[in-house]
Design a binder for this molecule. Structure first.
Ligand code: SF4
Length: 365
């Protein structure tokens, strides 16, 4: 099956800011953070969709809105074809069986006063009445699937290592056999060796149980390992989306190229040559019209500041969606060239005014 399990259509999540006294007295326009701004994407049955981008790109907010941990401001969330964006009460509770979240920080997300059987059994209890013996039996069944001994059901979270605690979070998510698991930076709090174990476990569990993952991560290597498709977010919008091999090996959007070029490389000479994007990171508060990457993009032209680029496919690359007016030209630039100075295209300001840059900031990977 490859049809969509989840489909968002023009999904928005805006956070209104409380006006200050001076704002109120001056009757200034209300300020709103556009954390997710018109996102349309799909998570297919049994696949992993990776969601990457810098801090503040809106990727975590998007994941939380899809899991209904945040209320959407506008737009639709189709889950198996049914719009769940505004479910409430018992309907929402019943739907929650199908979606679970594994949070970034296993220490913060596990109650230190609860034992393993209570933590892992919590979602089961929320969905229906079970006796203590039934709950313990179900938890004992789940623990080995994530590599924890069934005999650990009476331990507390602090008695586990970081990797063990993340396995506990996974066990809790698995206990209801959901259709979708939102992985919110699942390995960022772990050391590298443990990260590899958790990623292998994620792949193994998916092949056994067939659920889908929405994997939110700033770790491109982890996403490359686990995901089938990837979406790149920048300031509340999807900049590029498509199969992992396409997007990460032949990126079409300048931001994706910058994101990949900023990944750590072992060679000091190559590191020194790393491409940097210039300019200030714009704010999500009342963002300007046009392309949101325009203030940092070396390929910017007047059209970019006036007209928002919409996601589209290029001729001959049917699965890869990109939101850039100049994707045809930019996409031709091989990624290895990005290790040096960012090449310029005719019409870009840098091609006319040299390479002077007022400020520089490396894109975080
Ligand atoms: S639309 Fe323009 S500013 Fe935006 S990424 Fe493409 S070239 Fe750069």
């Amino acid at each position: 099956m490859t049809e969509a399990l989840v489909e968002t259509i023009d999904l928005e999540k805006h956070f209104p800011l409380t006006p200050s006294l001076s704002d109120t007295l001056a009757r200034r326009e209300k300020r709103v953070i556009h954390a997710v701004d018109g996102v349309s994407l799909q998570v297919r049955h049994g696949e992993t969709l990776g969601l990457i981008g810098e801090s503040g790109s809106g990727k975590t907010t998007l994941g939380w809105v899809i899991a209904r941990l945040h209320e959407p401001t506008r737009g639709r969330i189709l889950f198996s074809g049914k719009d769940i964006a505004h479910l409430e009460g018992r309907e929402l509770l019943a739907w929650r069986r199908q979606v679970q979240v594994v949070f970034q920080d296993p220490i913060g997300s596990l109650d230190p006063r609860m034992r393993v059987w209570q933590i892992v059994g919590e979602p089961l209890l929320a969905q229906g009445k079970l006796s203590r013996a039934e709950l313990r039996a179900k938890v004992s069944e789940v623990l080995p699937t994530v590599g924890l001994p069934a005999g650990s059901i009476d331990l507390y979270p602090h008695e586990f290592s970081g990797g063990g605690r993340q396995r506990l979070s996974l066990a809790r998510a698995l206990s209801l056999r959901p259709k979708l698991i939102v992985l919110d930076e699942p390995t960022s709090a772990l050391d590298v060796a443990v990260q590899a174990q958790i990623l292998n476990r994620l792949v193994d569990l998916q092949s056994r149980f067939g659920f889908s993952y929405l994997m939110i991560s700033h770790n491109v290597a982890a996403v490359r390992f686990v995901a089938d498709r990837v979406a790149v977010m920048y300031l509340g919008k999807i900049a590029e989306a498509g199969p992992v091999r396409g997007v990460l090996e032949r990126p079409l959007h300048p931001y994706t190229k910058a994101l990949l070029a900023a990944l750590p490389v072992p060679d000091a000479r190559r590191r020194a040559m790393r491409y940097r994007v210039s300019g200030e990171v714009p704010t999500l508060i009342n963002p300007p019209p046009g392309c949101r990457f325009a203030g940092r993009c070396p390929f910017v032209i007047d059209r970019c500041r006036e007209e928002e680029p919409l996601l589209r496919v290029l001729p001959g690359i049917p699965d890869q969606w990109v939101a850039c007016h100049r994707a045809e030209e930019v996409g031709e630039i091989p990624p290895e060239e990005l290790l040096g100075e960012m090449p310029t295209l005719p019409g870009s300001p840098r091609s006319e005014s040299g390479n002077s840059r007022p400020s520089e900031s490396t894109v975080a990977g």
